[in-house]
Design a protein around this ligand. Structure first.
Ligand code: BGC
Length: 302
């Protein structure tokens, strides 16, 4: 049984910086403005699940960086077409393709269509993902299978097609140092357990070791494979976490940086990870989470 030294009771309590303020008194968040650079000029990209949320922002950012984009979607044809119009409106090249990423045949057809349209693929953004939440004992097998099917098997199927294409084509030094780049959109929940979301956390944990194992295997072919792990980003998937001031205050308890992330911040990370600026980055997860993975409970506890 540990004993407490007598003098400990008189010792002043350490000052926890965050506790001295109400977080409403902390500096107001400023969302960065960053200039677009054509880091991906001449490259061809597929963004899965690109008609909304994080996928939408990544597709726009890649387009602004000079890439031609295939907008993959499974539902919501209108939104996908609107995305294509938006990219074209900026002078970028884009088309949309409907494919269920958890279906082997659909994925093969999508890569064929991109080869027909663009000649090849340089960048795969493995983004399509969903949540289907339930307490563990009430989770149905269908909920489990659907989330694993899209979030994990879908990333496997798309990555496999991409690697086949990258190996077939090899490096074109005038386009990129690498034969191809795969970016898996994972989540902080590849390392943070998440009660009530067991299927989702299991899928993202799976993405982490799938990504690293593929990265190890294909690195000698100059194929780069990495992940981005977003924290809480303002998108429809987690609207209940930020839609009222009370919910937002609760959410900020989990974020040392004390603001929600914006989808554009994931777009910028994706451009960098897909570009030659990060050429020596392999098999890594880039957390874009305002510190959510830094055990936020220890700001004031422990
Ligand atoms: C989930 C969001 C959640 C965030 C942080 C993401 O992967 O999709 O719903 O807000 O992780 O918990």
């Amino acid at each position: 049984m540990p004993t407490t030294p007598a003098q400990a009771a008189n010792r002043p309590k350490p000052k926890v910086p965050y506790m001295q303020n109400n977080f409403m008194d902390l500096p107001k968040p400023v969302v960065p403005r960053v200039e677009n650079r054509k880091l991906l000029k001449g490259q061809k990209a597929i963004v899965t699940g690109a008609s909304s949320g994080i996928g939408r922002s990544i597709a726009l950012a890649l387009g602004h960086a000079g890439a031609d984009i295939c907008i993959n979607y499974v539902a919501g044809e209108d939104k996908a077409k609107a995305m294509v119009d938006e990219l074209r409106g900026h002078g970028h090249t884009a088309f949309s393709f409907r494919a269920d990423v958890s279906n082997e045949n659909d994925v093969a057809k999508m890569f064929e269509a991109v080869r027909d349209e663009f000649g090849t693929v340089d960048i795969l953004i493995n983004n399509a993902g969903l949540q289907s939440d339930a307490s563990f004992d009430e989770m149905t097998l269908a909920q489990w299978n659907r989330v694993i099917g899209v979030n994990l098997t879908g990333q496997f199927l798309c990555a496999r097609e991409a690697v086949r294409e990258f190996k077939r084509r090899g490096v074109r030094p005038e386009i990129s140092c690498a034969a191809g780049k795969i970016i898996c959109v994972s989540s902080v929940h590849e390392v943070i357990p998440w009660a009530g979301h067991v299927n989702y956390a299991a899928s993202k944990g799976g993405v982490m070791l799938m990504m690293k194992s593929i990265a190890q295997e294909v690195a000698p072919y100059r194929i780069r494979v990495n992940s981005i792990a977003p924290g809480a980003i303002r998108t429809p998937i987690n609207m209940q976490a930020w839609d009222t001031p009370a919910h937002y205050r609760e959410l900020l308890k989990l974020i040392p940086y004390k603001r929600i992330g914006e989808p554009e911040e994931i777009g910028r990370a994706a451009v960098w990870l897909a570009s030659d600026e990060s050429d020596y980055v392999q098999g890594t997860t880039l957390f874009v989470d305002g510190g959510m993975t830094l055990y936020p409970g220890f700001e004031t506890g422990g």
